[in-house]
Design a protein around this ligand. Structure first.
Ligand SMILES: [Fe+2]
Length: 321
């Protein structure tokens, strides 16, 4: 399959990235001052890239994160996960997949608020040319994720106090390579169009996608001329963005890159694209280029304004066993 090359498109966007510094990070769980909520304003937690696994004390780290959400000094109405809930189902055996989900479940059961889940590439069984998982195995593909959380499909939506939340499934299978890549397929796009039409053009909308629509992380970290690969971004993001542009989409949240990033064009549309760091940091091995293990807190206002803060929950990576 010939995939669109992303560099020329992305390099012409002229993105304005901001907030990678201290001003973007919450000042801690107990010291952050906030204005009181007005009627209709609410907050939720954004927990992405947990990568639950038995190694590196990841279970204890995940529980510490959940505890920090439970103890958050302001009311959080619910949580949203951003995908990569487990370390890796792409090339794992059924036994290993079960072990990783057990670690995830053991932490999640302590969470005292409702949680809505987004699928990530590492939550999908067997979608790798290196996998030996049979296609008829119950763990294959997205079926385990869908069944576990009781969804009809890997994409879904819900509403809360005047806002609408859309969880996309940003992962598709390339039949030629046998690997995943970032893509919103046709069936999902039809569902998305119908969901948006149902919600209408006035209600503020937040979209959650595991794989980012846009990111300047690789350019900033490695080389401004660096191209992306089919796995790093949603390859048909602009097609989806054009559909979203007709609606009141204020926020697109994502994970995948494990960094905290904010992208917003000043005079293009009203959507802000935020990558929400990672609960696990660098797969429980420490920080990612200074980005601490953490979670986001989003404050949503009735008029569509929002604020995002990133909170370091105080995890120190365990030494390798
Ligand atoms: Fe991840």
């Amino acid at each position: 399959m010939q995939l669109p090359h992303l560099l020329s498109r992305r390099s012409s966007l002229g993105t304005v990235a901001r907030g990678l510094g201290a001003a973007f990070l919450g000042s801690g769980l107990t010291a952050t001052a906030r204005s009181p909520l007005v009627a209709g304003t609410f907050r939720f937690a954004f927990l992405t890239d947990i990568h639950a696994q038995p190694e590196r004390e990841a279970g204890a780290g995940w529980k510490k994160c959940v505890d920090a959400v439970n103890r958050f000094p302001e009311r959080l109405d619910f949580a949203i996960t951003g995908g990569d809930l487990v370390m890796d189902s792409l090339v794992a055996t059924p036994e290993r997949i079960a072990k990783e989900w057990a670690v995830f479940d053991d932490g999640l059961k302590n969470l005292r608020i409702p949680c809505h889940h987004t699928i990530g590439n590492h939550d999908i069984g067997g979608w790798s040319k290196l996998s030996h998982l049979p296609k008829d195995a119950p763990e294959y593909g997205k079926s385990l994720f869908v069944k576990k959380f009781g969804y009809e499909d890997a994409y879904h939506s819900h509403s809360h106090l005047g806002w609408h939340f859309i969880h996309l499934d940003s992962v598709a299978l390339d039949p030629e390579s046998g690997d995943y890549f970032g893509w919103i397929d046709e069936a999902q796009e039809r569902w998305l169009r119908a969901d948006l039409e149902r919600v209408g053009k006035k209600i503020p909308i937040a979209v959650v996608t595991h794989i980012p629509f846009f990111s300047i992380w690789n350019q900033m970290h490695a080389d401004p001329r660096k191209g992306e690969n089919p796995k790093s971004l949603v390859n048909n993001a602009n097609q989806i963005r054009k559909l979203l542009n007709d609606y009141n989409v204020r926020l697109v949240l994502c994970g995948h890159g494990h960094v905290v990033e904010r992208i917003q064009l000043a005079h293009f549309n009203q959507t802000t694209f935020i990558q929400g760091g990672a609960v696990c940091g660098m797969w429980w091995k420490g920080r990612v280029a200074g980005n601490a293990e953490g979670f986001g807190v989003v404050t949503c206002h009735p008029d569509g304004r929002f604020e995002f803060e990133y909170h370091d929950y105080g995890w120190t990576a365990a030494k390798p066993a």
